[in-house]
Design a protein around this ligand. Structure first.
Ligand code: NAD
Length: 315
C-alpha cells in the first residue's frame, strides 16, 4: 500500500536517503526542511518526480501542513560543529518542532517516528547501551542543547502517546555515515575522509583510544523503515546502529589504507564531554524488527570515499 509521508529534515544526509528509499517504494513524499544543514543538491534528482514535494520552512514554525499517513521527524542539526553556533535552533527543533509534529500527527491520525540519538546516553556507564539505560548526560554542557532536547523530545512523544493514544515510535540512532555527509560536518568519518582525500593529516582528538560504532546509511534506513512498518511493536523505542566497536585510531588507519594517501595523523585535545565509549545493544531491533546491519566498515568506507572523491573532483 502506498502512503503519503512527511519527512522533516528530508534534505539532510539521512533524510535525503530516506526520501529516496520511500519514493522508490511508490510512496508520495513531502520533505519539510529549512536548508540549514541540508542541501538542495541532495534532493535535486527527487525534485524531478511528481510524487515529491518540498516545503521550505523551519519545523518550529506554525503553518499548515498537508494531511499525511506517516511522519518521520528528522529535522535537527546533528553535527557537534553546530552545537556552538546553533544551540537554540537545535534545542527547539527537537522540542517545539516535535510538539508541532505530534499535534499534526494527532490531527491526521498519522503514525510518527521520532529520530532520537545515542547521545541521550551521554557518556555512558553501561556497555553496550540497552534502551533501558537512562544515560549520563551533562545537561549544561556544550552538547546539552542536542542531547537534552532529544531526551525531552522523547518524553513529549511518550506523553502524547499516553494521553492521546498516538501511534508513535522513537529510534535512537547511533553514529551513521555515508555519501552526502557534508565534508565540513565535524563528524569523524567525513572529516577523516576529506582530510585523506586532500592529502592533509588526519586529526585525532585525544589519544584515539576512544571507541565508536559506525553504521552505514543504507543499513540505517532499512532500520528506520522497518520500525515504521512494524504493526503493534512491543516497545516504543529502539536502538539502531552497528554493534562492532572501533577505536578512532583504528578508523583513521583504515581510512588512510583505503584512500592510498600520503597523509599522516596529528593529535589535538579532546573536546568537552566527548564520550569515551559508545556501542548499541540492538537485541530489541533484531528480535522485534527482524533487523540488523549487513554492511562492513570497509565496504561502507569505500562507498563513502568514492562519493567524496567524485564530489571534490567536480568542484
Ligand atoms: N547521522 C547520524 O549519525 C545521526 C545519529 C543520531 C541521530 N541522528 C538524527 O538524525 C536526524 C538527521 O541527521 P543527519 O545526520 O541527516 O543530519 P543533517 O544535518 O544532514 O540533516 C538534518 C536536516 O534537518 C534540517 N533542519 C535542521 N534544523 C531544522 C529546522 N529547525 N527546521 C527544518 N529543518 C531543519 C537540516 O537543514 C537538514 O536537512 C537528526 O534528527 C539527528 O539528530 C543522526
Amino acid at each position: 500500500m502506498s502512503n503519503r509521508i512527511l519527512v522533516t529534515g528530508g534534505a539532510g544526509f539521512l533524510g535525503s536517503h530516506l526520501c529516496e528509499r520511500l519514493l522508490s517504494e511508490g510512496h508520495e513524499v513531502i520533505c519539510l526542511d529549512n536548508f540549514g544543514s541540508g542541501q538542495r543538491d541532495n534532493i535535486k534528482e527527487l525534485e524531478k518526480l511528481s510524487t515529491f514535494t518540498v516545503i521550505d520552512r523551519d519545523v518550529r514554525l506554525t503553518g499548515s501542513l498537508p494531511s499525511v499517513d506517516r511522519i518521520y521527524h528528522l529535522a535537527s542539526r546533528a553535527s557537534p560543529a553546530d552545537f556552538t553556533d546553533f544551540p537554540v535552533n537545535i534545542a527547539l527543533a527537537n522540542t517545539q518542532g516535535t510538539q508541532r509534529l505530534l499535534d499534526h500527527s494527532r490531527a491526521c491520525d498519522a503514525r510518527m517516528v521520532f529520530a532520537s540519538t545515542s547521545e541521550v546516553y551521554g557518556d555512558p556507564e553501561v556497555h553496550p547501551q540497552p534502551e533501558t539505560y537512562t544515560g549520563n548526560v551533562n545537561i549544561r554542557g556544550i552538547r546539552g542543547c542536542y542531547d537534552e532536547s532529544k531526551r525531552f523530545g522523547e518524553t513529549l512523544t511518550v506523553a502524547y502517546q499516553r494521553k492521546f493514544d498516538l501511534d508513535t515510535r522513537t529510534v535512537r540512532i547511533f553514529n551513521t555515515y555515508g555519501p552526502r555527509m557534508r565534508p565540513n560536518d565535524g563528524r569523524v568519518i567525513p572529516t577523516f575522509v576529506t582530510q585523506a582525500v586532500r592529502g592533509d593529516d588526519l586529526t585525532i582528538y585525544g589519544d584515539g583510544e576512544q571507541t565508536r560504532s559506525f553504521c552505514y546509511v543504507e543499513d540505517l534506513i532499512e532500520g528506520l523503515v522497518s520500525l515504521m512498518r512494524v504493526e503493534g511493536p512491543e516497545y516504543d523505542v529502539y536502538n539502531i546502529g552497528k554493534e562492532n566497536e572501533h577505536t578512532i585510531k583504528e578508523l583513521a588507519q583504515e581510512v588512510l589504507n583505503l584512500t592510498d594517501t600520503e597523509s599522516g595523523i596529528v593529535h589535538e585535545p579532546l573536546p568537552e564531554d566527548d564520550p569515551s565509549q559508545r556501542r548499541p545493544d540492538i537485541s530489541r531491533a533484531k528480535a522485534e524488527l527482524n533487523w540488523e546491519p549487513e554492511i562492513s566498515l570497509r565496504e561502507g568506507l569505500n562507498k563513502t570515499i568514492e562519493q567524496f572523491k567524485r564530489n571534490m573532483n567536480s568542484v
